[in-house]
Write a protein that binds this ligand. Structure first.
Ligand code: PHB
Length: 396
């Protein structure tokens, strides 16, 4: 797949027409105006810590460029999306029409990002996604103007299916919040676990962002399955891991998950998280120059340790730096901007990443084990894992 020629021509001709009508040298006005970035992130609720890393990482990348993109000053407008999908289209529209932002950046929650995707497509506004893994964003709803620097929900979950089977587990229970990220994550685990010969015997869904897990933990105890796979993140992940340990289940049924379960949460989870196996495209301790540099800079700037969510945000900033650098800050040069972004290879703190034709990262998935309060890399669960991008017609 590649971005269709027709789409590129459409964008080029729009840019050309605007220049001709204005009768000005290309990009005479834009050169002095600021580039406005409209940020939607959860600054409150169960994903608040993820939102904080999501803005910090972006600002860190921009600070490294003197707060400029392609030579133009950057202005950031932020909005707390509260992980509320119902308000997402109105929030994204407000940023574009009310605040006149040049591009959208966000968010954490898969349901909210789908509202942003809809508005970005309708208004042909650039959208860069620093976390939310909704399959459709780089699948059925993929578009030349939509990029993701994080993952699809499938990516970290699928490799765990084989890992679990190879550890000798044959029956599994899955549990998650009932919304896109949760269901896509457990479906991907199930896809790989059952393809290997295992069987998912029970699938438990709880409303987002509920953290009343007791009744479900009692159900899990009764199933006598070999393993439990979950997707939880942020505040909900802290609560789930502690409840699982308190219920005494750690001794009877091993718990595994997509790495969000133990990401940015270990200090709060303490002893309850020791020994947990997860799969993710990052680990704090990765011994790579880019990771050491990023973590030191993040700590210096914010007085806190970075985690995956900061990495993905930093990479989103660096993707913008490369793209706008290539077009010298010309927001009207859409075809050139998107093609430069699509070709970018980032020296990410997680290891090098490139972008698939659907604009989702191609990346290694690490197997991690919590040891002494740290996610330690114990193997590679998947090499250069590419999301299947089901339904993406871009460039077909
Ligand atoms: C999502 O909703 O896509 C999501 C949220 C938090 C995570 C991962 C994915 O940690």
């Amino acid at each position: 797949m590649s971005i269709s020629r027709r789409t590129i021509l459409k964008y080029s001709s729009l840019g050309g027409a605007a220049v001709a009508t204005a009768g000005l040298p290309r990009f005479a006005i834009g050169g002095t105006a600021k580039i406005k970035v409209g940020v939607m992130l959860p600054f409150t609720g169960t994903y608040a810590a993820l939102g904080e890393q999501g803005i910090n990482g972006l600002k860190l990348a921009l600070a490294g460029q003197g707060n400029k993109l392609g030579g133009r000053e950057v202005e950031i407008v932020t909005l707390d999306d509260e992980s509320d999908p119902s308000r997402a289209p109105a929030n994204a529209t407000k940023l574009i029409k009310g605040d006149n932002v040049d591009l959208l950046y966000g968010t954490v929650h898969s349901g909210v990002v789908m509202g942003m995707v809809k508005v970005a497509r309708e208004t042909e506004t650039l959208l860069v996604i620093p976390n939310a893994g909704a399959a459709a964003a780089t699948g059925a709803m993929c578009a030349p103007n939509i990029f993701r620097t994080s993952f699809s929900n499938w990516q970290p979950a699928f490799p765990m299916g084989k890992v679990a089977y190879d550890k000798g587990y044959r029956t599994a229970v899955t549990m998650t919040w009932k919304y896109g990220a949760g269901t896509e994550s457990v479906d991907a685990f199930k896809e790989a676990f059952e393809a290997a010969g295992g069987k998912v015997v029970k699938e438990i869904l709880v409303p987002f962002p509920d953290v009343e897990f007791q009744a479900n933990l009692a159900d899990i105890a009764n199933t006598k399955a070999d393993v439990v796979y979950v997707f939880f993140a942020g505040g909900g992940a802290v609560k789930f891991v502690k409840d699982y340990a308190s219920a005494g289940l750690r001794k009877t049924i091993p718990l595994v998950g997509a790495g969000f379960l133990t990401e940015g949460t270990l200090a709060a989870q303490g002893e309850a998280a020791e020994g947990l196996l997860t799969t993710l495209h990052y680990a704090d301790g990765l011994d790579l120059p880019a990771n050491r540099k990023f973590r030191a800079e993040y700590k210096k700037a914010y007085g806190k340790e970075a985690d995956l969510y900061g990495v993905q945000a930093y990479d989103a900033g660096m993707l913008l730096v490369t793209g706008f650098g290539a077009v010298k800050g010309d927001t009207a040069a859409k075809a050139d901007l998107y093609s430069a972004m699509g070709r970018t290879v980032l020296d990410s703190p997680r290891g090098a990443i490139s972008f698939s034709a659907a604009h989702n990262p191609v990346q290694d998935i690490y197997l991690r084990e919590v040891r002494k309060g740290e996610n330690v890399v114990v193997g590679i669960a998947g090499k250069a894992v590419t999301d299947p991008a089901r339904g993406c017609k871009m460039g077909a």
